[in-house]
Design a protein around this ligand. Structure first.
Ligand code: NAP
Length: 298
């Protein structure tokens, strides 16, 4: 069996091209506003990548940069104004936030109809009920990768390592909705290697470099590595020891170039979905293409 390396970069590029075609057919410009609080360099890179990818698809991507000392009340005010702005389809607040700001207050403040990260309790609740609306981008990207790879999920044993609200929990809900039998594991789970060896589909989202070793992987499993960890020497590593796991896997994602690019593609998909749901076709808000009403050029 030759293991298949799942190329998230190529799939994401294809999704973005398809999205650009669908956006070009609209008579309005979907508008995404990303709020960046503070000067975390990694967050600045993520936000720039999101704005660039949006622009390449014909989506107006505006970045609102707020100082590290911004108070929670000020941030909530900005979100409130964007919620009320009929020309804004999608709002995303880049995480992590400075310590003085409670992330749950921020996610609760975003209009669920514009919540393209899918973190609002209403969207999280709908997903938990099996009625997904706006779904968190990384788990949605994982599901697309699995679908593209032709992985049959019905009845499959799936193990998800990590139970964060951003990745593990929503992914477990999506896999359950796709009829997999799902175990959601975390730092208090016992005997992770044995648990993982049960998995036909194994997803690692823990933030621990190369924690999943070759011996944890069942022969013929599909291994999805969500982790992005910066090693001491500056290299990026996933949560999966790729070289050890590759020979045992039927299919596996690399880091970088696996799940990461899918996250941005699904953010843009969510932006288009939010815009479509908010704007009655065929009329809607008309913006001159390629500009935003405030902020930077998309
Ligand atoms: P997080 O909020 O820190 O959650 C980590 C989860 O992993 C928690 O549920 C934690 O368990 C569990 N965990 C930590 N150490 C563990 C261990 N030794 N054994 C078992 N479980 C353990 O992280 P996150 O936001 O979900 O992100 C996870 C990873 O994915 C990170 O590397 C992050 O950079 C990456 N990520 C990538 C993308 C992408 O686009 N590719 C997007 C988001 C995140 P407890 O709940 O018990 O503490």
């Amino acid at each position: 069996m030759t293991p298949r390396i799942l190329d998230g970069k190529a799939l994401a590029a294809r999704l973005r091209r398809d999205l650009a075609t669908r956006v070009a057919a609209l008579d309005y410009l979907p508008r995404l506003v990303v709020i960046l609080v503070g000067d975390d360099p990694a967050s600045a890179v993520y936000v720039r990548n999101k704005a660039r990818a949006a622009a390449a698809c014909g989506i107006a991507g505006e970045t609102v940069r707020l100082a590290a000392g911004t108070s929670e009340a000020e941030l909530l005010d900005r979100i409130g104004a964007l919620n009320r702005d009929p020309a804004v389809d999608a709002i995303l607040v880049q995480l992590p936030l400075p310590r003085a700001i409670r992330p749950e207050r921020v996610t609760e403040a975003i209009d669920p109809a514009k919540d393209v990260d899918g973190f609002h309790p209403l969207n999280a609740g709908l997903l938990a009920l099996g009625r997904p609306a706006l779904v968190p981008c990384t788990p949605a990207g994982v599901m697309r990768l699995l679908a593209e790879a032709g992985v049959a999920l019905g009845g499959a044993r799936a193990v998800v390592l990590g139970r964060s609200m951003i990745v593990g929990r929503p992914l477990a809900a999506l896999l359950t909705a796709a009829d997999a039998t799902v175990t959601l594991a975390h730092s208090r789970s016992r005997d992770l290697p044995a648990l993982c060896r049960e998995a036909e589909v194994l997803v690692a989202a823990v933030g621990r470099a190369e924690m999943v070793r070759g011996g944890w992987v069942r022969e013929g499993a599909v291994v999805i590595d969500v982790g992005i960890n910066r090693l001491a020497d500056g290299r990026l590593a996933g949560d999966v020891a790729f070289a050890e796991c590759l020979p045992r896997a039927r299919a596996i994602t690399p880091v970088p170039g696996g799940v990461g690019p899918m996250t941005i593609a699904l953010l843009l998909e969510n932006t288009l979905a939010a815009a479509r749901a908010r704007r009655p076709a065929p009329e809607g808000c008309h913006h001159p293409r390629g500009t935003t009403t405030t902020g930077e050029r998309a």
